[in-house]
Structures are given as C-alpha cells and as structure tokens.
Design a protein around this ligand. Structure first.
Ligand code: ZN
Length: 156
C-alpha cells in the first residue's frame, strides 16, 4: 500500500511561543491550531502548508519524549509523517516488510488522527509516523475501541 502523501513534518522545539513566531514569519501563515497531547506530555502547534503541515512539538514535562530528544540531539526535525487510508493495514504491511513498529495498535494522535510510529533504526535514523485521518463524522466511541489504551512514550 502506497502512502497517500507526506502528511506533516514534526519539529521538536524548546519554546513553543518563540517557535510559533519564527514559523509564522517563515511560512506567512499563523498556526491553525494548538493541541495538548496529554499522554505524551507534548504541546503541538500546526501550520498548513499546501497539502501538508508543519507540526511544532514542545515538551510539557521532563519525561516527555520531546524533552529527551532535545536533550540528546537538540532542536530539529523529530519525525516525518505519512498519510495512509487504512492504518491497521499499513501497520501490518510495514511489519511484514520488517519495519519495527513502536506501538502495536493505532493511538489517537494530535489533529484528529490515528497514528503509529516506526522505529528510527528501521528508517535511516528518522522516526516515521503513519497517520489516518479520523473522519469528522466518525462515531468517536467506535473509533476508540480500536485504539490502544496504553499510550507508551516513543522511545528512541
Ligand atoms: Zn506528528
């Protein structure tokens, strides 16, 4: 199954307000949403750039994967995210091809997405996120059933 687009690029930042200003200047557009992903201790900020997005990520707690990433590697590109039509099928296929998945079931990510991460060691050092948009009219209760409750933090 081919991915349908580069859904977004995630950038780890230290100071979200400062980074919002930088990226608003750079992209010529303000973020369309900020969203807390409580399970990951991350505050996100999204910019629309054509068909794709830039996602800024800032840690809200020292145990956040983003805090550890910045400690180790500094600010910078944290992951690339690809859109898929059927995340469970895409996960099975990736696993069959030998890619190491970081979560066994799709998780609810920011911006109304079901997400799964692939280990950076499988992808030349880049953390890869697969994401499937949750339809706006989806019965949320239904969707929730397919999502893992364990929101394990993404380990490097
Ligand atoms: Zn992302």
């Amino acid at each position: 199954m081919a991915f349908n687009k580069v859904e977004h690029i995630g950038i780890a930042v230290k100071d979200l307000d400062a980074a919002n200003e930088v990226y608003t200047q750079l992209l010529g557009v303000a973020p369309y949403k900020q969203e807390l992903v409580e399970s990951e201790h991350v505050m996100t900020s999204f910019f629309q750039v054509g068909e794709t997005k830039i996602e800024l990520l800032a840690a809200t707690a020292p145990e956040s994967a983003i805090a550890r990433f910045i400690e180790k590697r500094g600010e910078g590109i944290h992951h690339t995210a690809y859109g898929v039509d059927d995340i469970e099928a895409a996960m099975r296929e990736a696993e069959e091809k030998g890619f190491r998945l970081l979560n066994e079931k799709p998780k609810r990510g920011a911006d109304n997405m079901l997400v799964c991460f692939i280990h950076p060691k499988s992808c030349n050092g880049v953390l890869v996120e697969l994401c499937q948009k949750i339809p706006d009219n989806a019965d949320k209760a239904d969707v929730q059933l397919t999502i893992s409750n364990d929101n394990a933090i993404i380990e490097k």
